[in-house]
Design a binder for this molecule. Structure first.
Ligand SMILES: Cc1cc2nc3c(=O)[nH]c(=O)nc-3n(C[C@H](O)[C@H](O)[C@H](O)COP(=O)(O)OP(=O)(O)OC[C@H]3O[C@@H](n4cnc5c(N)ncnc54)[C@H](O)[C@@H]3O)c2cc1C
Length: 415
């Protein structure tokens, strides 16, 4: 018997998983479901409690929109929509509320023009002020005024935490094993083939393949297990909910057809209809200061972001949303940013080769893609390639780790 204070003897690896998924946010939960649906023996490991609010996938809402400038994301979101619908049918309840989507911003913005064109959005030529009870203070858009507003049917709101829980439940129903409060600290090549995944409590699990979906912890974990230096920066970002002015609740509601929206100007603001909390509406802003996911300040930059959004509301929606009182609810979140805002979906390489698949760096726009990313990661682990991506026309070449070799900005140079 080891004496007090002696290091615990390493426990032997437990046999028996085809795919071990590390990290149970939306990406890991969708991957576990997709792999288990293929009949694989799946283990899903999560460092904190399931559905915790410390990463990127918690909260009441995320936007799903087809308005993307790059065709790779348009194709991926269309694939994801089919898979969201299939998962809802399997679960027997809904997590996606369809809405229109409104894009707006400076006419000279190339990304906006491409997103509007790819989305098939119609430019709004009547008085925007006559829609949704005059919620937006913009007047008749004159094509020469340097400003574009365009509307499509391709928006929607995803109930975020509910959706993660749905995929976890579906994965368990297909036989996946889930272990929360289990922090992975090591991923090593197993002498008998496959990998051994080691947790901080001394547990060791053997898997044929491992999929790493650890969100904002990606650079830390992958750096320590493989020495790969991924340029992923965690940002501290905010969900902000504001009070709808009395009497305006119905015009801003999802049931009245109020859209999800993105404003491409400065600041880059987005919003969802009043839905999850009656009388409140979510309007937030992209970006935030870099943070250490293990030593967060929780308030850094909040006043500045809140002020920028409040000023936007006062200009764009003054009659419908009370900005002067400040946000009624603010919830912290993290975005795992790559330099080009493109995802990282690849084999890890190095000594771990194709035994470890990585799905990280979703750069503040990954949630909507969860079921598509999960299916792709599961196929890469099980088949060594993704037929689903190929059939959907999603070129995984854009998501390779190697794009940063000698090129710190990755795809930002190509687009
Ligand atoms: C404020 C905000 C608004 C957003 N809005 C939208 C939107 O409208 N539409 C959209 O599509 N996307 C949006 N996103 C982005 C989207 O939420 C993220 O891209 C997505 O949730 C990323 O999921 P993930 O599974 O990669 O990361 P996470 O949800 O963070 O999951 C990673 C998990 O790994 C776990 N983990 C970490 N390290 C370990 C370890 N060593 N061992 C075991 N487990 C570990 C973590 O605890 C965590 O649970 C938004 C993000 C934010 C922050």
């Amino acid at each position: 018997m080891a004496g007090a204070g002696a290091p615990a003897a390493p426990r032997p690896a437990r046999p028996g998983f085809d795919v071990i998924v590390v990290g149970a946010g939306i990406m890991g939960s969708c991957t576990a479901h997709a792999a288990a649906s293929r009949g694989s023996r799946v283990l899903l490991l999560e460092r904190f409690d399931l559905l915790h609010p410390l990463g990127s996938s918690h909260g009441d809402s995320r936007i799903i929109r087809d308005a993307y400038a790059q065709p790779r994301y348009l194709r991926m979101v269309r694939l994801a929509r089919r898979l969201w619908a299939a998962a809802e049918a399997e679960a027997g309840y809904r997590v996606l509320t369809p809405t229109p989507h409104l894009s707006m911003g400076p006419r000279a913005c190339a990304a906006l023009a491409a997103a509007v064109a790819n989305d098939g959005a119609e430019e709004v030529r009547d008085d925007l002020g006559s829609r949704w009870g005059g919620a937006f203070a913009f007047t008749v858009p004159d094509p020469s005024d340097g400003w574009v507003t365009a509307l499509s049917d391709h928006g929607g709101v995803l109930s975020a935490t509910k959706a993660v829980a749905m995929f976890q439940s579906l994965a368990v129903a297909k036989g996946a094993v889930v272990r929360d409060n289990t922090e992975v600290v090591g991923i090593e090549k197993a002498p008998e083939g496959g990998v051994v995944v080691k947790a901080s409590g001394g547990e060791a699990y053997h898997g044929s393949k491992c999929v790493v979906t650890v969100g904002a912890w990606a650079a830390k974990l992958l750096g320590s297990v493989s020495g790969v230096d991924l340029p992923i920066t965690p940002l501290h970002t905010l969900h902000l909910y504001w009070r709808v002015r009395p009497g305006k609740e119905q015009s801003l509601s999802a049931s009245a057809g109020f859209p999800t929206f993105s404003s491409y100007g400065d600041p880059p603001v987005y919003g969802t209809p009043s839905l999850e909390v009656p009388g409140l509406i979510k309007i937030s802003c992209d970006g935030g200061p870099p943070c250490d996911p293990d030593a967060r300040d929780w308030l850094a930059g909040d006043a500045e972001v809140t002020d920028r959004v409040a000023r936007w509301i006062q200009e764009a929606m003054p009659g419908h949303v009370d900005a002067a009182g400040g946000p009624v609810v603010r919830q912290s979140c993290m975005c795992a940013m790559t330099p080009d805002a493109d995802f990282v979906v690849d084999f890890l390489g190095g000594e771990l080769g194709r035994d470890v698949v990585v799905g990280v760096g979703f750069s503040g726009h990954g949630f909507k893609m969860g079921p598509a990313v999960g299916r792709i990661l599961a196929e890469m682990a099980i088949d060594g390639d993704s037929q689903t991506a190929a059939e959907a026309g999603v070129d995984l070449g854009f998501f390779r780790i190697g794009r940063f070799d000698g090129n710190p900005m990755g795809n930002a140079k190509k687009d």
